[in-house]
Ligand binder design. Structure first.
Ligand code: FES
Ligand SMILES: [Fe+2]
Length: 377
């Protein structure tokens, strides 16, 4: 009979104290056991600021965006008083989503199910055919608020009502990205990829310090000075960066990936920000279940005029090709992680410091999450 390991045993099987030279990755079960995914949802994703939309989508009173944060339906809406507010997008009547669209504008938030309606400030304004109901306090039945804050053109929510401010969460990243002027870029396009792998497989792939680039991404490799690729681990983010060279092998890549340096920021746990001259894409990695994730790419350019359409489109296509190359590998890794032949892997000291940081941060969160839920029981 195969013995089932407890969650404590699975967490204890990773040694977060090992220096990079001696470290292993987090073990296979961390990517495949549903109990780990559940613990991540309760700890990592319920306590961190999660990207839900762009400020330019919610500039005017009544403009809103909806999103899911670890399964929770969320709506962020600009009030008539100019204040941006976040709510659980869950009707207080029978739990339908009050706002169904991804984004838009409304003067009142009307639930499509039985017509209960809420003000832009979340207060319950009206309930059709509700006369005669006793002991019902309308004031107590507004939409339940959630913390929302913005940075550059990006809006974030945090499900933890006592969370630290967004700027403390982002830490040194704010200053580091400021000179790149990403707030001046304009949104152009969005792509979403559903991948048959655990969300951490995608993050690991991103954080391998370019290790896979010469093997998997020949086009991209032709414009990066691979030997000079640098990896800087900060407290809760990592910057991977490379000088650019003018490659000639791949015309589409070399014409759309420009500048002196490529900047690849990863913010724990699940956000990446990639910048070239006049270009940014954000990658948001959303766990769907232990075996699947969705990665949402948003593309921003300095020029989104009619004249720049074709160029921007080509740039998105280059990114799409790179994603296609990553996708197959990520799915193969997920299969391999379940194999009886695999336990955990070692890390390249030159390349894989970012993954080491990720695994240590995650281990710390999961271990403290488990001990606090154990003491609450
Ligand atoms: S569930 Fe919203 S009005 Fe009934
Ligand atoms: Fe890649």
């Amino acid at each position: 009979m195969i013995k089932e390991h407890s969650l404590q045993e699975i967490l204890a099987s990773y040694d977060a104290a090992s220096p990079l030279q001696e470290a292993s990755t987090i073990p296979g079960p961390w990517y495949t056991d549903p109990r780990i995914a559940e613990l991540e949802a309760k700890t990592v994703f319920s306590n961190s600021w999660q990207l839900v939309g762009r400020v330019d989508q919610v500039e005017k009173p009544g403009q809103f965006v909806t999103a899911r944060v670890t399964g929770e339906p969320i709506v962020v809406v600009r009030g008539n008083d100019g204040v941006l507010r976040g709510f659980y997008n869950v009707c207080r009547h029978h739990a339908a989503a009050v706002v169904m669209e991804e984004c838009g504008i409304a003067s009142i938030l009307r639930c499509p199910y039985h017509g209960w309606n809420y003000g832009l400030d979340g207060s319950l304004k009206g309930m059709p055919e509700f006369d005669g109901v006793k002991n019902f306090d309308r004031q107590q039945n507004g939409l339940v608020p959630v913390k929302v804050e913005v940075w550059e053109n990006l809006a974030f929510v945090n499900l933890n009502p006592t969370a630290q401010p967004l700027h403390s969460f982002l830490g040194g990243l704010v200053k580091r990205i400021a000179p790149l002027g990403v707030g001046k870029l304009h949104h152009f396009d969005r792509r979403a990829y559903d991948i048959h792998c655990n969300w951490k497989v995608f993050v690991d792939n991103y954080l391998d310090g370019g290790y896979h680039v010469p093997h998997l991404h020949k086009g991209l490799n032709s414009v990066l000075d691979y030997k000079e690729y640098s990896i800087e681990n900060e407290d809760r983010y990592c910057l991977q960066s490379s000088p650019m060279i003018s490659g000639t092998e791949d015309a589409a890549t070399s014409s759309t990936r420009k500048g002196d340096r490529a900047w690849y920021f990863w913010k724990y746990p699940n956000l990446m920000i990639n910048c070239y001259a006049g270009y940014m894409d954000t990658n948001l990695v959303l766990p769907l279940d232990v075996d699947h994730c969705r990665v949402i790419f948003d593309f921003f350019f300095s020029d989104v005029s009619e004249a720049a359409q074709e160029y921007n489109q080509q740039s998105v296509t280059v990114s799409d090709r790179v994603q296609g190359e990553d996708l197959g590998i990520c799915e193969a890794v997920q299969r391999g992680l379940k194999s009886r032949a695999y336990g955990a892997g070692r890390l390249s000291v030159r390349r894989e410091a970012g993954e080491h940081l990720f695994h240590r941060l995650l281990a710390a969160d999961l271990k403290s999450g488990l001990s606090s839920s154990a003491s609450a029981d």
